[in-house]
Design a protein around this ligand. Structure first.
Ligand code: HAM
Length: 410
């Protein structure tokens, strides 16, 4: 049997409906903010991502689906959307046309990461990019848009913001940080040591506890911003607060892509596992010129559709869970559980399993049937006039007396 590649999922049935719902909400919101649809190729020249996302980033250094095509071109599947939209913007001479341009897009991105919950090799983003608008009000606007999308979909997430400075204050800060890192190099993990020479700012992002302890004393970018960047960062905070968006300033938020200047932000959810960033973005005022265009302001974000889907589907399945699934581990108890099930049907929706199966199989069936309460009789339970009860929403379980079943379920 040929199967889908590791880390690449089919999106079908209920998931496909959820995917469509998320896109619809995103598109509708982006259009209200004046953004227009853009579709760009999924395969680009590798050099585009090397120059924008950065050669020292993990995305380019370790995670690209890169190959030589039949004409000998060095190409790769896009790991993100910003670089391609910027390329299209320059290629179609929008940088010379003048005026603000705002685009939204959605589709597959590819990163050869180690797959785990919330981390795929082919995943989908909805993203927006705004060109030629240097005002910090647009930074606030894109954050407000993502916040609005989250609210419309009833997803709770914490907003973290930072400023990465500009071409004047960032290099000075980098030197300060580098000095600190070199002084503490021996104490840092091997990944940090490597990053000291490739991309020192990324050291701040290290998740190793021991490194984080040392980095507590590192100089912070927020204390090293020049007057313009500090002024814009505090204006951004003022606008967000005035518009009801709560946030945390995280001076160690550096993001995994090298093109950011000034504003950087991320929305993090406590409702999914360790891959908790549901969306992020920031300003990239040097990127258009860096890729060969006329100097042009840029700001945008992208959100991870699968991470949104995970949060929404676990909520929906919790909401959908209703009724009881009752079963037995041995066929000699089927008559007993059948009688109990019939009695319970006076008050509840009850699925009775007529077949004896092992616990795991029954639990899986109960899950598929979206039951809220799982009841099961095995040898011990039968001996003690009890049932094993599991609440499939709260994930708690205990043995209950059959005589007290109604009281326990209520
Ligand atoms: P990013 O933070 O790399 O930013 O990705 C945006 C979102 O994509 C993440 O917050 C996460 O939800 C999702 N994501 C990333 N990697 C994976 C993965 N392996 N599996 C599942 N979901 C994933 C960017 O890509 C920038 N282009 C955003 C941007 C636009 N900045 C300015 N404009």
């Amino acid at each position: 049997m040929i199967q889908a590649l590791r880390g690449m999922n089919d999106i079908m049935d209920d998931e496909a409906k959820l995917y469509k719902k998320i896109i619809d909400v995103c598109e509708d919101t982006a259009k209200k903010y004046g953004y227009e649809y853009i579709e760009i190729p999924k395969l680009e020249e590798t050099a585009l991502f090397k120059r924008s996302v950065g050669e020292s980033s993990d995305i380019v250094g370790k995670e690209m689906y890169q190959f030589t095509d039949k004409s000998g071109n060095d190409v790769c599947l896009r790991p993100e959307g910003t670089a391609g939209v910027v390329r299209a913007f320059i290629e179609h001479k929008m940088d010379r046309a003048g005026g603000v341009k705002k685009y939204f897009y959605h589709g597959s991105m590819f990163r050869y990461e180690r797959p785990q919950k919330g981390r795929l090799r082919e995943f989908h983003q909805f993203g927006i990019e705004c060109f030629s608008e240097g005002s910090v009000y647009e930074d606030a606007s894109v954050i407000l848009m993502l916040s609005e999308i989250l609210k419309k979909l009833d997803i709770e997430a914490t907003l973290k913001i930072n400023s990465l400075g500009d071409g004047d204050c960032m290099p000075k800060y980098r030197e300060k940080l580098l000095k600190f890192l070199k002084e503490n190099e021996n104490e840092l993990c091997s990944d940090c040591k490597r990053r000291i020479s490739t991309n020192p700012i990324r050291v701040l992002d290290c998740k190793v506890e021991h490194c984080q302890k040392i980095l507590q004393n590192a100089p912070l970018i927020t204390e090293n911003l020049n007057e313009i960047c500090a002024g814009e960062f505090s204006k951004l905070q003022e606008i967000l607060t005035a518009n009801g968006v709560t946030f945390e300033v995280d001076p160690k938020l550096v993001r995994g892509l090298d093109y950011y200047t000034k504003t950087a932000f991320e929305f993090v959810s406590g409702e999914i596992g360790s891959q908790s960033a549901v969306g992020g973005g920031g300003r990239y005022d040097n990127l258009v010129a860096f890729l060969g265009g006329r100097p042009t302001f840029g700001v945008g974000f992208a959100l991870g559709i699968e991470r949104f889907m995970e949060i929404l589907s676990s909520k929906e399945s919790k909401q959908k869970r209703v009724g009881i699934y009752i079963c037995a581990l041995d066929k000699k108890y089927i008559d007993k559980i059948f009688k109990i099930g019939i009695d319970l049907r006076r008050n509840f929706k009850v699925e009775i399993s007529y077949e004896a199966k092992n616990l795991q199989k029954h639990l899986k069936n109960a899950d598929n049937k979206n039951a809220e309460i799982f009841l099961c009789m095995g040898e011990n339970e039968a001996k003690n006039d009890e049932l094993f009860m599991k609440n499939l929403i709260a994930k708690t379980n205990k043995n209950i007396k059959i005589a007290e079943i109604l009281k326990e379920i209520r």
